[in-house]
Every structure is written in structure tokens, then in C-alpha cells.
Design a protein around this ligand. Structure first.
Ligand SMILES: Cc1ncc(COP(=O)(O)O)c(C=O)c1O
Length: 402
């Protein structure tokens, strides 16, 4: 299926246009070109009766405040611009931003639990900390792990959420979102869309009620801002705003500003990095040092592969590529999920979800493909690849050697 088949038909303008205009339509009337950055934590008002009525209204309904903000834990105009833009890109009525992806998932779980719906049905693999948050029952929720075909049978009267990632971190396994949404019936389906971004896939158009992002990744795009966001209908957004107000996991306005700016180049970045990733996948698949390459049918800039040799040697051997957790930045990052992103998941659960100890996950950036390939291929040659200017005897030891 072509990626744009995922786009909801209601989108009035093309994604590339929305990426640079959504959330900024009033700027010309304001007489500015860049969005204003409002860092206020509080806002003066001489009318305490009117403020009381507005606070009552917000606490009761979670509807966005009309008029000037009251306090930064309720609302912030710069963050609201990012929320408006992201909702437009995902094709949802609303979006609610948080301090991180994990804060966003926490708010979703708390909002459901507040309705007495503490049971979650989830499909592995998920990002390691999302798995941990559910599996350790840190928020008093209970999880049933299943595969996509088992979702309908796993649903109970107290199920408040079904959660999937597609493509999933780190195996890039894909879920048929439309089919799972059908299996969910009236239970909301949450799709973590961090890896695909709305450029490649819009889960709301496929039946997901809740679309979650670690905005830290592609939405920000430069590795310098942490955030999370949930795109959903206005009814659920109201519940999330009430939870955010009461629990405080707000996105900082500067982060909101940077995320809005990041959205402007999202389509260009994702398409350019995806083209490079597809070429690297082609070369890796033909390389005798590689056991298996994972790459989603919808494309994207994430690549995972299993090596015949020691994955720690590859991590120790890269010189241009950054050996670091996280993803979605302008530069290419590589990491070993069993050691880092999925370390917190029990070994047996990792293996059962297809996360082998030989798996490496690479987030392809915007470098030239030939430079990336040169670095990758020398790192894959492990010990035989001598880093420039570094004597063999003082080469960085791999974690396995430490
Ligand atoms: C798919 C996915 N979802 C959620 C998260 C959590 O996001 P954050 O690190 O912004 O809290 C991550 C982080 O790596 C992720 O990869």
C-alpha cells in the first residue's frame, strides 16, 4: 500500500504545506514571521471572580481555556501552536503535549485508570520503557501481552486501552492497524507512531483513537529537545488536559517552540533519510557479514539488522555514525537494543518479541549515503578496522571486553 493511502481524506491541504503553516496562520496578522515564544509561568488578572469561573470550567471539563492563560500548567500559547500543528498533521481533532514520550503514555494510562479501566492489552515489542511501565504495573494498571491476532480475545470488561507500536521499536515489525482497530471494538487503540511519523502513516485514519509520539525523535529532529504528544479526539484530549494539569508533566514552551520548528522540515527530513535508509538496507542485505535485515514495508529511516559477529564490535567501531540511544535526529545513530533501549525488558521477553542479542538498531540521518556506508562497512569489519589515528592497542574496548 502506498504510504499516502494512510492519509485521512479530510485533510484540506497537503502534508508538506501543513508542516510549515499549521499552528501559525495568525502570524501575519500579528505582524511577525516566527512564532512568539511565551515563557511566562503565570499571567496577571485583576478579576479573580472571572478567573475562578474559568478555572472551575477547566477543572471540570478539560476544555482549552478561552482568553489569556492563567498558569503554565494549564496551558501555554507556544505549546498550543505545536499541538495544533501536530493534530493537523495526524488528522485528529486535537493533540496534547507532554514533557516526554513517557509522560504522554503515563497520562494516557492515568486517564483510562481514572475511568476504572485499568487493564491494558499490548503487543510486543514496544519501546523498552513503555514495556517496563506496563509490565512492572508501576501505575497500578495490569497488562495482558498478546499478538495482533489475540487482541479481541484478550479484551475484558475493564480493558481501557489496546497498545501497539508500528513499526515497532526495535524490530520494525508492523501491525495491520486497521485490522487491530477492528478487533478493539469500542476499546481505544493507541498506536505509537514515533517511528513512522505522520509523513509515512496516519493511524487515526486507520481506526486508532490515540496516536502517541516521542516528540524527542523525528518531530524535534535535531536531538536537542525532549517531548511527547498525544493526537486524539477532543473528548479524550480533555481528559488528558485534566491529567496534565493535575500531575504536571507539561512540555516546556521552549521545547514547544523547537518542536513546532521541527515540524516544518519533518516531511523533507523523513523522505531524505528514508531514501538513504532504503539504499543502506539494499547493501546490508547483500553483505555476508549480516545475518538478517529488518525494514518496514512502509519505509522510513529506521533500519535494524542482526550481525553474524559481535554487535558490540560494531558499536565500538563506528566513527562517523554516533553510537547512542535515541533516534530521529539529523545525524545517524546506532545502538544495541539488548544493552540499552530494551535493557529493562526481561531477557526471555525480549527474545520472544524477536529482539535478539545480535540485533543492532540504526536511525539513519541526513549524511551522504556513501560516507555512511564507508563507516558502516569498516565497523562491520570489527577488529580488522583500525580507527584513523588510533593505535590498535588503545582502540576503544567493546562493552563485552570491559
Ligand atoms: C517508540 C517510542 N515511544 C516512546 C518513547 C519514549 O519517549 P521519551 O524518551 O521521549 O520519553 C521512545 C523513546 O525512545 C520510543 O522510541
Amino acid at each position: 500500500m502506498d504510504a499516502m493511502d494512510h492519509a485521512p481524506s479530510v485533510t484540506p491541504r497537503a502534508l508538506a504545506t501543513e508542516a510549515v503553516h499549521a499552528g501559525r496562520e495568525d502570524l501575519a496578522a500579528l505582524g511577525v514571521h516566527a512564532p512568539p515564544l511565551d515563557l511566562s509561568t503565570t499571567y496577571p488578572s485583576y478579576d479573580a471572580r472571572a478567573e475562578a469561573a474559568r478555572i472551575d470550567e477547566f477543572a471540570a471539563t478539560g476544555a482549552r481555556l478561552e482568553g489569556p492563560p492563567v498558569y503554565a500548567r494549564l496551558d501555554n500559547p507556544t505549546v498550543a501552536r505545536f499541538e495544533e500543528a501536530l493534530a493537523r498533521l495526524e488528522g485528529t481533532e486535537a493533540a496534547v503535549a507532554f514533557a516526554s514520550g513517557m509522560a504522554a503514555l503515563t497520562a494516557v494510562l492515568l486517564a483510562r485508570a481514572a475511568q476504572g479501566l485499568r487493564h491494558v492489552v499490548a503487543v510486543r515489542p514496544l519501546y523498552g520503557c513503555s514495556d517496563h511501565l506496563l509490565d512492572a504495573e508501576l501505575l497500578g494498571t495490569e497488562v495482558t501481552w498478546t499478538d495482533p491476532a489475540g487482541v479481541a480475545d484478550a479484551i475484558r470488561p475493564d480493558t481501557g486501552l489496546v497498545m501497539v507500536e508500528s513499526p515497532a521499536n526495535p524490530t520494525l515489525a508492523e501491525v495491520d492497524i486497521r485490522a487491530v482497530a477492528h478487533s478493539c471494538g469500542t476499546v481505544p487503540l493507541l498506536v505509537d507512531n514515533t517511528f513512522a511519523t505522520p509523513v509515512l502513516q496516519r493511524p487515526a485514519g486507520l481506526g486508532a483513537r490515540i496516536v502517541l509520539h516521542s516528540a524527542t525523535k523525528y518531530l524535534g529532529g535535531h536531538g536537542d529537545v525532549m517531548g511527547g504528544v498525544v493526537a486524539c479526539d477532543e473528548e479524550f484530549a480533555r481528559e488528558l488536559r485534566r491529567v496534565r494539569f493535575a500531575t504536571g508533566g507539561v512540555l516546556h514552551p521552549l521545547a514547544g517552540y523547537l518542536l513546532l520548528r521541527g515540524l516544518s522540515t519533518l516531511p523533507v527530513r523523513v523522505r531524505a533519510a528514508s531514501a538513504t535508509a532504503a539504499e543502506l538496507v539494499r547493501r546490508l542485505a547483500a553483505d555476508a557479514r549480516i545475518e538478517r535485515v529488518h525494514y518496514p514495508a512502509i519505509g522510513g529511516a529506521m533500519v535494524a539488522f542482526e550481525v553474524h559477529g559481535d554487535p558490540h564490535e560494531v558499536i565500538a567501531g563506528v566513527r562517523l555514525i554516533t553510537p547512542a540511544v535515541s533516534l530521529g535526529s539529523v545525524d545517524t545513530l546506532i545502538q544495541h537494543p539488548a544493552s540499552i533501549s530494551h535493557r529493562i525488558v526481561r531477557e526471555g521477553d525480549r527474545w520472544a518479541a524477536g529482539v535478539s542479542d545480535r540485533l543492532l538498531r540504526m536511525s539513519v540521518g541526513l549524511e551522504d549515503v556513501e560516507d555512511l556506508w564507508r563507516d558502516l562497512t569498516q565497523a562491520l569489519s570489527a577488529r580488522s578496522a583500525e580507527p584513523a589515528g588510533v593505535a590498535r592497542s588503545v582502540a576503544v574496548p567493546s562493552p563485552a571486553e570491559r
